[in-house]
Design a protein around this ligand. Structure first.
Ligand SMILES: O=P(O)(O)OC[C@H]1O[C@](O)(COP(=O)(O)O)[C@@H](O)[C@@H]1O
Ligand SMILES: [Mg+2]
Ligand SMILES: [Mg+2]
Length: 361
């Protein structure tokens, strides 16, 4: 076997389907289409500064997206590749993307299916110019009205409702990491065969760690619980943790997640006071929710700091949220520190559950 006895993604999906005798194969077809989009994005990313010079159509100008952030040409192109690869197959009823303000409705000639696809087509895109790993993140939900165009509120489902989730990482090797609710599995793209090959079945995150990741430049905006946690890590052997810690920050959620899945660690992009118009940095539906599913399925934990992230009921398509995930013992410790803080210390008046900005984008 050219894959050294390891199953390909197709073989893995066939095996999964056997466990669900009533399955139509639509989910497998959708994941195959998503994995094709990821292959196409990987190829484009690999061209780097040669994009355009070699006759591929990427230009290098940037614009501003619906969230007021710089939108790179590769963000726009990756978004188009996701749509092109998945809209025709008849498995999807609609899509939501970081790069589109409203849900994407399928062209009239395409059949509507029973799934919803939510995605960040290119995560960490500010890293592209410096040749640091980037990725794509996706989440699959069931449509409320299969066969019909969805309403925006149909996408507002808690993470616990996800049918599947995953990401592709475009790094030294291109990999696809996937969960369908039975473990988290990583596939490596064999560049010769162009096939995803199961290289890391059933990933398990170590329960404890001595490595944390946070953007420390935001420290003056943190809640007391986060500040306490980081201070204790920094104090190392001289503090209450009685152990030295390492700190990491890549500024690429996919790359941080991948490191944590491979060797453990904890990631924090907590709710903070930096911008009163938004209570966190990362987007709930197509960043935090799918990453949480992957992390939990690998034995880790994912939280807002106060509750299980996948239990949060979304209120807006592009809602942002505080996000803490990784090795279970550390996430539980951070949640404990939040419980120790009186909620009014930070909540009132802007950030309370019922506060002005609770669901702001
Ligand atoms: O610039 P900061 O504050 O370090 O934020 C980095 C975070 O922003 C992101 O790049 C946001 O994703 P996008 O690139 O898709 O907007 C995450 O991948 C990363 O964790
Ligand atoms: Mg992102
Ligand atoms: Mg993005």
């Amino acid at each position: 076997m050219p894959t050294g006895g390891r199953p390909t993604l197709t073989q893995f999906l066939i095996d999964e389907r056997r466990r669900h005798p009533g399955a139509t194969g639509d989910l497998n077809a959708l994941i195959t289409d998503v994995s094709l989009a990821c292959k196409a994005i990987a190829r484009k990313v690999a061209f780097g500064a040669l994009a355009g010079a070699l006759g591929n159509e990427v230009d290098t100008t940037a614009s501003i997206n619906v969230q007021g952030e710089e939108q790179k040409a590769m963000d726009v192109l990756s978004n188009a590749l996701f749509i092109r690869a998945t809209e025709w197959g008849g498995q999807l009823a609609g899509m939501v993307s970081e790069e589109m303000e409203e849900p994407y409705l399928l062209p009239p000639q395409h059949p509507r299916g029973k799934y919803l696809l939510l995605f960040d087509p290119l995560d960490g895109s500010s890293n592209i110019d410096v040749n640091v790993s980037v990725g794509s993140i996706f989440s699959i939900l069931r449509a409320a009205t299969p066969g019909q165009d969805p309403q925006p509120q149909d996408f507002l489902q808690p993470g616990t409702e996800q049918v599947g989730a995953g990401y592709a990482i475009y790094g030294p090797t291109t990999m696809l990491v996937l969960t369908l609710g039975r473990g988290t599995h990583a596939f490596t793209l064999d560049p010769m065969l162009g096939e995803w090959v199961l290289s890391h079945p059933d990933l398990q995150i170590p329960e404890s760690t001595r490595e944390f990741a946070i953007n420390a430049s935001n420290s003056r905006f943190w809640e007391p619980a986060v500040k306490r946690y980081v201070d204790e890590c920094m104090a190392g052997q001289t503090g209450p943790r009685d152990a030295d810690f390492n700190m990491r920050w890549i500024a690429s959620l996919v790359a941080e997640t991948h490191r944590i899945l491979m060797r453990g660690g904890v990631f924090l992009y907590p709710r903070d006071r930096k911008d009163p118009a938004r209570a966190g940095r990362l987007r709930l539906l197509y960043e935090a929710s799918p990453i949480s599913f992957l992390i939990e399925q690998a034995g880790g934990a994912a939280s807002t700091g106060r509750e299980r992230l996948m239990a949060v009921q979304p209120e807006a398509l592009h809602q942002r949220i505080g996000f803490i995930f990784g090795s279970k013992q550390e996430v539980e410790r951070i949640e404990g520190y939040h419980r120790d803080e009186p909620p009014e210390a930070f909540d009132a008046p802007l950030f309370g559950r019922r506060g002005l900005f609770a669901a702001a984008v």
